[in-house]
Design a protein around this ligand. Structure first.
Ligand code: DGJ
Length: 695
């Protein structure tokens, strides 16, 4: 048995089961003999069952009698080698973990399982074909066992403009599956799930979370077996024939990143945040406030008007100007031009230099939008190379937004796109790239006719890596029609995600709350959009829009040229407010509080950020709808320094009169026990509270 200890969790591994078995993942165990875990959890055989119970190993084996979904699926010609059973060969101790080597000589397979425990538990499995025939791999899903009392599940549903909606349910006997074949991380099935003790909340109950760090197809599977055991499986979804291992070849599955906390969902999600903050590419400079041109001008590009927009933006304190879709090739609308990554002489007769120089002269840096994985049939690129698309010969390709996916696994297509992007970044003073991806893969075959999403996903990573190597100072944002590509693997190459195309703050409250369970605020793009939301038609005050956007990587996506002097000044106040708290927002621990029940149902929700040393905090309460009582209940704030005294003050929001909240001084313990009485608020508005340590 191997005992790993992390900051919030312990893991005990039985390395003798071939594919190793995690026998404990959860509460710290103190000084124990790890062998006693197996003794404590030993299960007796039952009537009607096999004489031996197969463990829920990291790759549970049908061949050993596991009654659920096996972790490794594949076979050789004639249907053989389909139920591998591994034996441990060697255990290698590495920093913070182990690598277990196992083999099934009969099936001709070797398995390497790497397990590390730091802020998060990370598992990576590699299967090697050691025989002299092909092995057709159907799936390799890392499996994490969960205790029987982890009987509540939290998953996420979504769609374009409505990502990350939490779905809570009791986890009955049976399976629940998310099947993502979109070719990207997807809006619909974030590869993320939490399980917890019954009724777990933000600050109570044991919580286990697992995420698949992968930007292609995936399956997330959670099952409670009829024998009472629970497990979750996460892995790449492979289309038939997509992965064939020739003799000597191997496949490494996407990493599973997992987190645990004994005291609720909020502390559990810190594991995900801290592991992202620990990646070498995590930005260290303050995250620039940006203006994005999309909802300001769409395809209506005009250098002079954009220069004026930049002037107003800079006066409001904005630090980065991002030119969205519409600047290149024949891209005058969303039906043509993708693939032609040269500046349109029609729209920019003098190139981008006059705009970039103007922006730089105002003290801002410049960002640009691209969608490198795509091509419109109406483009020079497609006319020259119709063979470069991810499609299946003999079938009419299915279009999405009038575009096709470029097959970047084809070396020539890859080199062409790399060359164009490299030139764009070399020839222009560009600090930031918004990398978009706006359609699903459908019947996407590579050049050999086999399904190509796996190879495409790796090619996209290679492209991002190579551009990062050539242009290390350029920051990249991951966007896919909003939040269709938000995962920890793409975030190893990017510094920001575009969370959603929906800038309606009421919708964003829910979307960002869900997203905050996977990523920290500094990576989460959040913009003040137009007064009337372009995606929902709702109208909201600037105060509510800025309160919502400020808890992210803040930006503005609005035609600010149309604003009068007073509104421009108020926008400046919103930018200044974000900047005032930016260091705290982007370094502290994100906190969420359980939905505030007013009467019988939640009418509002609360969230915020605590400084790492708990010396300061910023907390927002948002009234989502009317409650049965005009006055919301007190908001209890657990997790601060119990014996210290905090002053709680309301922060004035831009364009809003002072809220009816008188400053109070309370200890951390009182804040947890009694909380602070919130003011009466109209629906779709909020209050921002600043807590400082005074004794
Ligand atoms: C989808 C993105 O999510 C939007 O923000 C915008 O960049 C458009 N694409 C541009 O086509």
């Amino acid at each position: 048995m191997i005992h790993l200890r992390g900051p919030r969790a312990d893991v005990v591994i039985d390395e003798t089961t071939g594919a190793p078995t995690i026998v404990h993942w959860g509460a710290p165990l103190g000084d124990i003999d790890p062998a006693s875990v197996a003794v404590a959890l030993r299960r007796v055989t039952r009537l009607g069952a096999l004489d031996v119970e197969a463990p829920v190993s990291i790759l549970p084996e049908h061949g050993s009698g596991f009654p659920g979904r096996q972790g490794l699926a594949g076979h050789r010609r004639g249907g053989t080698a389909w139920a591998a059973r591994f034996t441990t060969i060697e255990v290698q101790h590495i920093a913070s973990g182990v690598v277990v080597h196992a083999a099934d000589e009969r099936a001709g397979l070797r398995l390497l399982t790497r397990i590390t425990l730091t802020e998060v538990l990370c598992i990576v499995c590699t299967v090697v074909n050691e025989a002299d025939t092909r092995y057709l791999l159907d799936g390799l899903d890392v499996t994490l066992p969960l205790p029987a009392h982890a009987s509540d599940l939290l998953t996420f549903e979504g769609r374009w403009s409505r990502e990350f909606h939490p779905v809570r349910r009791v986890w009955p006997v049976g399976a629940q599956v998310a099947h993502n074949a979109t070719g990207r991380t997807s809006h619909e099935h974030t590869p993320l799930l939490f399980a917890g003790s019954p009724g777990f909340g933000e600050w109570h109950g044991e919580v286990w979370g697992a995420h698949l760090a992968w930007s292609g197809n995936h399956t997330v599977f959670a099952e409670c077996l009829p024998d009472g055991r629970r497990y979750v499986q996460l892995g790449e979804l492979l289309h038939p024939g997509e992965l064939v291992l020739q003799p000597g070849q191997s496949y490494t599955a996407p990493e599973v990143v997992a987190t645990y906390a004994a005291d609720g969902l909020t502390p559990a999600t810190w594991g995900f945040h801290r592991s992202l903050r620990a990646r070498p590419t995590h930005p260290t400079s303050p995250r620039p406030v940006l203006l994005n041109t999309w909802e300001a001008v769409y395809f209506d590009h005009d250098t002079e008007q954009l220069q004026q927009l930049a002037t107003v933006a800079a006066a409001a304190g904005i630090e980065r100007f991002v030119l969205d879709d519409g600047w290149f090739g024949g891209r005058r609308d969303d039906r043509k031009g993708l693939g032609d990554w040269w500046v349109s002489p029609e729209v920019y007769p003098d190139g981008l230099a006059p705009l970039i120089q103007h922006v730089r002269g105002l003290g801002m840096d410049f960002g640009i939008w691209v969608e490198p994985e795509m091509v419109n049939p109406d483009s020079d690129l497609f006319r020259g190379h119709p063979e470069w698309v991810l499609a299946t010969d003999g079938y009419e390709p299915v279009l999405g937004r009038q575009q096709l996916v470029l097959d970047l696994a084809q070396a020539a297509a890859y080199e062409h796109i790399l060359g164009q992007l490299d030139r764009l970044l070399t020839d222009h003073d560009i600090a930031f790239v918004k990398w978009d991806m706006n359609r699903n893969h459908v019947q996407g075959s590579g050049a050999d006719g086999a399904a190509g999403t796996h190879a495409q996903t790796l090619a996209v990573y290679r492209l991002l890596d190579e551009l990062g190597r050539r242009h290390p100072d350029v920051e990249i944002e991951s966007c896919a029609s909003g939040g269709g590509r938000i995962d920890h693997e793409v975030l190893r190459r990017t510094v920001r995600v575009w969370t959603s195309d929906c800038n309606d703050p009421l919708e964003r409250q829910i979307i960002q709350r869900g997203a905050s369970m996977l990523i920290p605020a500094e990576l989460m793009g959040a913009h003040i959009g137009p007064t009337r939301s372009h995606t929902t038609g709702r109208m909201h005050s600037l105060a509510f829009r800025s309160l919502t956007a400020m808890f992210g990587n803040f930006g503005v996506e609005w035609n600010v040229l149309a604003l009068g002097d007073r509104e421009r000044a108020t926008l400046g106040d919103a930018v200044a407010l974000h900047k005032r708290f930016r260091a705290l927002l982007h370094s502290g621990d994100a906190v969420r509080f359980d939905p505030v029940i007013n009467g019988t149902e939640p009418a509002g929700h609360a969230y915020g950020v605590y400084a790492g040393d708990r010396g300061e905090a910023l907390v927002a309460y948002v009234q989502l709808r009317t409650g049965s009582s005009l006055l919301p209940p007190p908001l209890r704030l657990p997790g601060l320094l119990s014996d210290s005294l905090y002053e709680v003050q309301a922060v004035q929001l831009p364009g809003q009169g002072g809220p009816a909240f008188a400053a109070v001084r309370l200890t951390g313990r009182q804040l947890a026990v009694h909380g602070v009485q919130l003011p009466a608020l109209n629906p779709e508005s909020g209050v921002l509270l600043h807590l400082t340590l005074v004794g």
